[in-house]
Design a protein around this ligand. Structure first.
Ligand code: PLP
Length: 358
């Protein structure tokens, strides 16, 4: 039996998008970012499908272990690194690449008695002010790491851009300059660019690039969608109509009675809500595809249902197909209507939503 609400994942689109990364960054190695269950697309599924990348990157140790346990044999980078000795030892045992970003980790490494040679990146905070050593410390820390025998030498150096999605922001130039100045004489692999860097800041492309959102066919910029960047949509979120009803003028719809019809309308109820990850913040007017045509959301999003105005469509029946976002209805557009970013929508798909590979 077909599930009421499901996300379809177009696995071929992933590798098309990897090729797009290579068009922007032909000489760089690719660390494909698959944190947060591959941005909601399914970690193991994406890891099994993706081709032509040099490593995968996750945020946390447990994500790295589950990826390794699924049989993925290539390099896995754990972007947040470890917080205690147990986690460090797990990283070493599972041959996961470390990211070293603070003094606490350095202490643990200095006291590490494990043998082995684990790959590591040193994180340089050039302006995100989140993880990483600052510019006064970075060269000294790089030197200190040379004497830590458990680390394969030399560690790479990476930084993360805070404003690469904003083409007019001067902070990106400042971050790139600081990175270049401080690492100029350090001979090792370097990495700066996320998706927005890869697409819009050619100077941020160095030895390794770290695409995330663009692999899923989605744009990191608020003013253009993935298709305009040559990317192919990977996820579509689908459901179906479960009721169609004629309402009199003056009828209030849904919780809070926030939407009141000013004329007689034909309303449709669709089996999706915030319990599936459809954003509650989606405003009345948010487009929804019913039988392939755009109709507006009306009233509040509930846990299991939304309501739409079907007046302009003839002959809609319960069971008819609905798409909430996908190739024909970019998730970037839905994110704008919901006052959020596409990242939160993709990773916000809940357990209840079946995943169907196409
Ligand atoms: C999430 C993440 C990325 C990928 O960012 P996108 O904007 O999705 O391309 C790259 N690098 C780091 C350190 C990250 O945390």
């Amino acid at each position: 039996m077909a599930p009421a609400t499901y996300a379809s994942i177009n696995l071929n689109a992933i590798n098309h998008n990897v090729l797009q990364v290579k068009k922007f960054a032909p000489d760089a190695k690719i660390m494909a970012v698959v944190k947060a269950n591959a941005y909601g697309h399914g970690l193991k599924r994406i890891a099994a499908q993706i081709a032509g990348v040099n490593a995968l990157a996750v945020a946390r140790v447990d994500e790295g272990i589950s990826l390794r346990n699924s049989g993925f044999e290539k390099e896995i980078v754990v972007l947040e690194g470890f917080v205690n000795q147990d986690e460090l030892y797990e990283l070493i045992s599972y041959d996961l690449t470390l990211v070293i970003h603070n003094h606490h980790q350095l202490e643990i490494l200095i006291n590490c008695t494990r043998k082995g040679r684990v790959k590591a990146w040193l994180k340089f905070d050039t302006g995100m002010s989140r993880l990483g050593f600052d510019s006064e410390q970075i060269r000294l820390i790089f030197q200190q790491l040379q004497s830590i025998s458990v680390i394969r030498q030399p560690p790479g150096i990476m930084t993360h851009l805070a404003n690469a999605d904003d083409l007019s922001h001067s902070g990106t130039h400042a971050q790139m300059k600081l990175f270049a100045d401080q690492t100029l004489h350090i001979q090792t692999e370097k990495s700066i660019a996320n998706s927005a860097g890869i697409i819009a800041w050619p100077d941020s492309i160095s030895d390794w690039v770290r695409p995330g959102i663009m692999l899923y066919g989605v744009s990191p910029f608020s003013d253009r969608n993935g298709a305009t960047l040559g990317l192919k949509t990977v996820m579509a979120l689908n459901s179906r109509v479960i009721a169609v009803k004629q309402l009199k003028a003056g009828t209030a719809i849904g919780y809070g009675s926030t939407w009141v019809s000013d004329k007689s309308i034909k309303m449709g109820v669709i089996a999706i809500g915030y319990g599936d990850g459809y954003p509650r913040s989606a405003q009345s007017g948010t487009p929804v595809l019913v039988n392939g045509s755009r109709v507006p959301l009306i009233g509040r999003v509930s846990m299991d249902m939304i309501t739409v105005d079907l007046s302009k469509l003839s002959d809609v029946q319960p069971g008819d197909p609905v798409t909430l976002w996908g190739e024909e209805l970019p998730v970037e557009e839905i994110a704008q209507w919901a006052n959020t970013i596409p990242y939160t929508l993709l990773c916000g798909i809940t357990q209840r939503v079946d995943i169907v590979e196409i």
